[in-house]
Write a protein that binds this ligand. Structure first.
Ligand code: FAQ
Length: 318
């Protein structure tokens, strides 16, 4: 009875656009949904550093290198804000990271594709960050306060990331024939995986209905995917590149672009761990965890020393 009332009060707060804060009562399933989504998002940012990190030493100029370094560092920062947001819900960061390392936690499918050429760095910024922003702008209005506030800052940085990528694509597509071919090849390989980033179609999405009711999500997977296609087609036209979809065409009646079917078998294979780079990505994260262990231990030992020093000073004064 009490639980039922609490649930009603909670839903009324959500309906009246109040933010839910860390110490407020919330249904256990709301808490668990947020921990799942926020931690998957954090893992995606951290694993997302790997495909681009692959090109830092090979960036074609100092300016490109500085921009890419800054972008990858931003992604580490986004991971940290997001792990902190998950911690406000009572999750332990070390448990979340362990779930990533033992393969029980998901991260975005997109980061299991390889970066084969410099143009892939342009395509990631343009398409992957473009898709990420489309999804994350709505998350700035998510019902859980700490997540919403983290997303505001993340979105500001993501929009620079998107421009960094699009600017690379402009340079390549206005460059030599060979450069234009590189840009087209990158678009061919990254287009469909970018559409998959938004998750399964609404009819197949098991979490969407409840997450929309709780205003964790403000738009469905299909709504966001459509908005992304509508925004991106004119950008491809400006570049003079062709989106690899024979069914892509403007639908006057709907006021949207129609597009061809997504290969959901490929998506689920990647999500289940059988994509081109899943093993490599997890191996890289495990290696980083092992090699960073002494740094974490040293930081903890230093913190303990500082604590003892403060204690001793207090006893001296007393
Ligand atoms: N990959 O019922 P739904 C970035 C899973 S950040 C893998 O629709 P939901 C920045 C889903 O978890 C990119 N798994 O789920 C960057 C669920 O499985 P579960 C990440 C996926 O949560 C750019 C199952 O399928 N962004 O890119 C994927 O309502 C460049 C059923 O799905 C976020 O995480 C997928 N693509 O909607 C960094 C944003 N899609 O958990 C570096 C926050 C779905 O029951 C370079 N997350 N699944 O085992 C969200 O908005 C939502 O979680 C969705 C999925 C929309 C991703």
């Amino acid at each position: 009875m009490i639980e039922k009332n609490l649930n009603q009060i909670f839903q009324a707060r959500i309906d009246s656009e109040e933010k839910i804060e860390a110490r407020d009562w919330m249904p256990e399933k709301y808490r668990q949904t947020l921990i799942r989504q926020i931690s998957q998002h954090a893992h995606s940012e951290v694993v997302g550093m790997l495909p681009e990190g692959n090109w830092i030493t090979r960036a074609p100029s100092l300016r490109r290198k500085v921009a890419l370094l800054a972008k990858v560092q931003d992604e580490a920062g986004h991971g940290l804000y997001l792990y902190s947001a998950a911690e406000t819900l009572g999750a332990k960061r070390s448990d979340l990271i362990q779930q990533l390392l033992d393969g029980t936690a998901k991260y975005s499918s997109i980061f299991n594709y390889p970066t084969l050429s410099w143009a892939d760095i342009g395509a990631i910024g343009w398409l992957v960050d473009g898709a990420a922003i489309m999804n994350q702008v709505m998350l700035c209005r998510t019902s859980y306060g700490p997540y919403a506030r983290a997303m505001v800052r993340i979105c500001k940085e993501e929009s620079f990331h998107q421009r960094q990528g699009y600017e690379i694509m402009i340079a390549l597509s206005k460059g030599s024939e060979e450069q234009k071919a590189m840009a087209q090849d990158a678009l061919n390989r990254w287009w469909w995986p970018s559409l998959m980033m938004f998750g399964p179609n609404d009819a197949e999405s098991k979490h969407t209905a409840q997450s929309m009711a709780w205003k964790i999500k403000r738009k469905t997977n299909d709504e966001l995917r459509q908005a992304f296609v509508d925004a991106t087609v004119p950008q491809a036209e400006y570049l003079g590149l062709t989106i690899p979809d024979a069914d892509l065409k403007w639908n006057e009646e709907r006021g949207h672009y129609d597009f061809g079917p997504i290969d959901w078998d490929e998506f689920w294979q990647v999500v289940k761990g059988y994509g081109q780079c899943n093993k490599e990505r997890i191996a890289a994260r495990r290696k980083a965890e092992e090699e960073g262990e002494w740094v974490r231990e040293a930081a903890l030992a230093y913190a303990e020393k500082q604590r003892i020093k403060k204690e001793n000073q207090k006893t001296k004064v007393a």
